[in-house]
Design a protein around this ligand. Structure first.
Ligand code: HEM
Ligand SMILES: *[C@@H]1O[C@H](CO)[C@@H](O)[C@H](O)[C@H]1NC(C)=O
Ligand SMILES: *[C@@H]1O[C@H](CO)[C@@H](O)[C@H](O)[C@H]1NC(C)=O
Ligand SMILES: *[C@@H]1O[C@H](CO)[C@@H](O)[C@H](O)[C@H]1NC(C)=O
Ligand SMILES: *[C@@H]1O[C@H](CO)[C@@H](O)[C@H](O)[C@H]1NC(C)=O
Ligand SMILES: *[C@@H]1O[C@H](CO)[C@@H](O)[C@H](O)[C@H]1NC(C)=O
Ligand SMILES: *[C@@H]1O[C@H](CO)[C@@H](O)[C@H](O)[C@H]1NC(C)=O
Ligand SMILES: *[C@@H]1O[C@H](CO)[C@@H](O)[C@H](O)[C@H]1NC(C)=O
Length: 845
């Protein structure tokens, strides 16, 4: 139930974006520790204070490995590690960490920090982008040596069972025989609290940087003396937990809810909509407007102040606003993600009321006709979407001038790039007045903001819905699975996600009731899998999980390609600098200066009424590939450094590869009932790669007329081909968080061999008569822009089609009620039940 958090671009949240630090990728530097004599293969990130590039950590960081002699041919299960981390010159107030799998999520994590005269460590595991849990697997660390001085702390340790991991069934591994490891580091310049007891520490985001890197293994990594060295690991350093067995109270990341709940009240609903994001909110409003009784269930807590949200910095104390409501605070979310980020998906998704529309930067686009016409089947072409589009834009017109005083703030960056594009023959447009002009055009950024606040579906559709007596909203309640008899859903099993959520089975109106999943590309797919709907290999995993004993029996499984067709905009960051650029530090907007604060509080004006991190210009290009397919690029510029160029004069220009891209990935479920992106949808197709390369070259050419503009990424001594081809392809550095496609809409019924669709043209799940999916998961392919408005429009369109469907009917005796290609009713009038005859035919008897 990630909500659409996963989809609406969280975004540009990403001053934190992963840095590609070339010093660290690639072959190691051998290093022999003089005290122990152990030789390591090491990779380093230089100290920022000593010329390390802008986003390198203060104090630098070095990681080294020594592996058993045969590790390059036979996968090792242990290693000796060398970890040297910085503490910023004056104090040992720090922690640092490693990921043995690369990304933060779904990998074994190791944290280390100095405490008194020891270095303490803790193994961790994160199923989402929020504070990692204690690791419960069998990794074991014994220390060989440690040193602490005022600038650095260094730990040499033996790590057993560290190259394969398993947390409640979510598993993975790193292979030393594969020639390289993908690793990740994170560094923080603040000590954990309760630092003396590793199981009880509390800590926040790594404010001194993070990165993944490809660590090439060579002979310096494997050594015949390994066993001799490993024998030196004799110190088990446990810290002091006061004698008692630690009971952890500090960790929050569990995929299975543990909150206390309230029993579901009696009563049934014509429609239950699961997930209050870009899809679920408008849909619930439309259905309730039509007079249906509607229950909208949101897993997370309220976000916006309007709905009872409370998370806010001090300066918003006496207002009706939370940090979700203020555009300038939109990138706070990921540095302080507890209670906001989903914990059951390995991507950055908002599990709060509003979903993605609560945590994104609010970009709001009138659709390009071709996006519907190219990707979607009949009934969903641009002309079919026109009325829905008009309705959406009448409720949420959006603005490209969000500050209420009509001014745009800190536009230097915009002017520089827009000036260059114009001189190169590109055309300025008002994006939402000319939605079909997406080749060699540029514009200011339109946002869904209204009145200087976030607005969007939570400020419009949810307001009108909540005025109706036939509309009900539950927050803090997670949906575990649908309850079904064959292809007919009778209700939902719910459990509390936060204290006060509901627990039990909530039912839809007998015979005619319907359920709509709008929990996002990952969330809706997960509910289907737990309900016995999906590919067989995935349903087997659910069956082997804690769900197993209560899961619907195999004979009722509905085989559909849930989780396939996963797509996201392929993101490629580029960076330029120019002396006229003026940077604003939105990360300081937790305590803004008095001018900015007053302007916002008194007039909803100023820089804080604009989305962080000062986004614009937006620009577009369409490139025809050798395969004849036109691929769409959208560029989002923002005033912020990345990839090693510091904030100040830098602009990051993120290239999204959208419509036309052929690469697809896959989402799967783990035994821990978390979802993971197991195949990334990036750059598997040669012409996709070509479009990315050509787009960068064309942009370089277009901006070549701009005096004093310097390309730092790619640097001028690197060809674009090398730049793109040598970049790691991981979700860490290529995601846009615009995940779509896992429950594809289409006419080719996925129950049949070769069929690729999970839902039909009415968004109804094949093999069911009253279960629907309405969110970005149904998008067959990617679009030009950030997807929020398209999802809202799709929900408006789906409401027309769903309301038009004739009410379901229970079948009389002897009527058909199931079968592999059956698309009629799956329910029988009492006293008859639907009985299986053969694969093609079930009958009411
Ligand atoms: C409260 C604790 C933490 C929070 C809120 C947090 C949050 C995040 C977020 C939001 C990102 C993505 C940054 C971006 O793409 O811009 C990230 C990346 C990363 N984190 Fe953490 N983190 C925490 C603790 C840790 C710990 C303890 C480790 C390792 C021991 C770690 C390792 C990493 C690594 C290696 C990355 C980069 C790779 C990736 O994006 O997956 N994190 N973290
Ligand atoms: C680290 O130290 C430098 C130099 O004293 C200082 O400018 C910087 O703000 C410090 N960084 C952090 C994250 O504390
Ligand atoms: C929903 O229906 C089931 C099965 O008939 C029943 O056990 C359950 O109590 C119902 N839930 C509510 C809240 O009435
Ligand atoms: C806060 O109050 C103002 C004034 O009544 C109103 O215009 C605005 O919509 C409210 N915002 C939220 C998020 O409740
Ligand atoms: C606050 O910052 C703004 C830039 O956003 C600047 O123009 C203004 O002078 C600053 N005000 C104070 C009181 O420092
Ligand atoms: C996009 O515009 C450029 C410049 O006018 C043109 O050369 C190119 O063919 C156009 N692309 C497509 C796919 O039409
Ligand atoms: C470029 O930089 C030089 C030196 O800093 C400066 O004199 C000149 O005015 C700048 N030109 C432009 C067009 O910004
Ligand atoms: C490019 O230049 C940078 C410094 O300007 C240097 O560190 C790097 O090694 C060079 N890269 C190549 C491929 O020559």
């Amino acid at each position: 139930m990630g909500r659409l958090g996963s989809l609406a671009k969280l975004l540009l949240a990403v001053g934190l974006n992963v840095q590609q630090c070339f010093g660290q990728n690639g072959p190691p530097t051998p290093y022999t520790d003089s005290e122990t004599g152990i030789t390591f293969a090491t990779w380093s990130v230089p100290d920022r204070a000593e010329g390390g590039n802008g986003l390198a950590p203060w104090g630098g960081l070095t990681f080294g490995v020594a592996l058993p002699e045969n590790a390059l041919t036979t996968d090792a299960t242990e290693l000796i590690g060398y970890l040297k981390c910085g503490s910023n010159g004056t104090t040992t107030d720090a922690w640092c960490g490693l990921s043995f799998g690369g990304p933060m999520t779904n990998s074994l994590l190791l944290m280390a920090w100095p405490h008194e005269d020891e270095i303490l460590t803790s193994f961790r595991f994160a199923s989402g982008y929020t504070r990692p849990d204690l690791y419960t697997g069998d990794a074991k660390l014994t220390q060989i040596s440690s040193t602490i001085d005022k600038d650095h702390f260094t730990l040499i340790f033996r790590c057993q069972n560290c190259l394969a991991w398993n947390q409640d069934g979510a598993s993975g591994s790193a292979s030393t025989s594969a020639g390289s490891l993908i690793l990740g580091w994170a560094s923080a310049l603040r000590a954990p609290t309760n630092a003396g007891c590793p199981a009880e520490i509390n800590f926040n985001f790594h404010n001194n940087g993070q990165m993944i890197w490809g660590a090439t293994l060579d002979e310096s990594a494997a050594n015949p003396s390994y066993s001799e060295w490993a024998a030196k690991a004799t110190a088990t350093v446990t810290g002091d937990c006061g004698g008692a067995t630690p009971t952890t109270t500090t960790t929050t990341t569990t995929s299975v809810p543990t909150a206390t709940g309230i029993p579901v009240p009696t009563g049934t609903y014509d429609y239950i909509v699961v997930g209050a994001g870009a899809g679920g909110i408008p849909l619930a409003d439309k259905l309730s407007e039509a007079g249906k009784s509607v229950l909208l269930i949101e897993k997370g807590p309220p976000s916006s102040g309007r709905w009872g949200g409370t998370l806010k910095p001090e300066w918003l104390k006496d207002t009706n606003l939370t940090r979700f409501d203020v555009p300038g605070l939109c990138n706070e979310i990921w540095v302080n993600s507890a209670g906001v980020a989903c914990t059951d998906t390995d991507q950055m998704a908002g599990c709060v009321l509003g979903g993605g529309t609560a945590v994104n930067a609010g970009l709001w686009w009138k659709p390009y006709n071709l996006d519907w016409d190219y990707n979607f089947p009949r009934g969903w072409k641009s002309r079919d979407m026109a009325a829905a589009t008009r309705r959406v834009f009448s409720r949420i017109p959006g603005t490209d001038n969000p500050s209420m005083d009509g001014k745009r703030y800190l536009q230097q960056g915009f002017e520089i790039l827009a000036g260059g594009l114009k001189a190169a023959g590109w055309t300025e447009v008002t994006a939402n007045d000319a939605p079909n002009k997406k080749n060699h055009t540029y514009s200011h950024s339109p946002f869904m903001f209204s009145g200087g606040e976030r607005g969007g579906p939570m400020g419009t559709y949810l307001v009108s819905a909540s005025r109706r007596k036939n509309f009900h909203l539950w927050t803090g309640t997670a949906v575990k699975r649908v309850v079904r008899t064959g292809g007919h859903i009778t209700g939902l099993e719910v459990e509390p996600f936060v204290n006060g959520g509901y627990t039990g089975v909530v039912n839809v109106t007998s015979i005619t009731g319907r359920v709509v999943l709008s929990a996002g590309a990952f969330g809706s797919a997960k509910i289907l899998l737990r309900s016995g709907i999906g590919p067989e290999d995935q349903l087997e995993i659910v069956k082997s999980s804690t769900d197993g004993p209560t899961m619907i029996s195999d004979s009722s499984w509905i085989t559909l390609p849930v989780g396939y067709n996963l797509e996201d905009h392929t993101n490629t960051d580029t960076v330029v600098t120019h002396p006229d650029v003026v940077f604003y530090d939105f990360y300081e907007a937790g305590h803004p200066n008095v001018t900015d604060k007053d302007l916002y509080l008194n007039s909803r004006a100023g820089i804080l009424a604009q989305a962080a991190p000062n986004i614009g210009p937006m620009f577009w290009e369409e490139i025809k590939g050798k395969d004849g397919v036109v691929r769409q690029l959208q560029w989002t510029a923002r005033v912020e450094g990345s990839a090693g160029t510091p904030n100040g004069y830098a602009m990051t220009m993120s290239q999204y590869l959208g419509r036309g891209a052929k690469s697809r990935g896959r989402m799967t479920i783990t035994k821990a009932l978390t979802t993971v992106v197991s195949t990334v949808p990036y750059l598997q197709d040669k012409n996709d790669v070509e479009a990315v390369i050509q787009g960068i070259k064309n942009l370089q050419a277009a901006l070549s007329n701009v005096k004093n503009l310097t390309w730092t990424y790619p640097p001028s001594n690197t060809t674009v081909e090398d730049f793109v081809n040598n970049m790691l392809v991981s979700y860490t550095n290529r995601r846009s968080n615009h995940w779509i496609g896992t429950n594809k809409l289409g006419t080719d019924d996925g129950r049949s061999r070769g069929g690729s669709a999970v839902v039909d043209l009415n968004t109804k799940v094949y093999g069911t008569d009253n279960l629907f999916v309405v969110d970005a998961g149904i998008f067959p392919g990617h679009i030009t822009t950030n997807p929020t408005s398209y999802i809202v429009i799709a929900a408006e369109r789906a409401s027309e089609r769903i309301l038009d469907l004739p009410p379901a009917r229970a079948q009389p005796r002897f009527a058909q009620c199931g079968g592999r290609t059956w698309t009629g009713s799956f329910q029988c009038a009492a006293p008859y039940t639907c009985q299986y005859r053969n694969e093609r035919y079930s009958q009411c008897r």
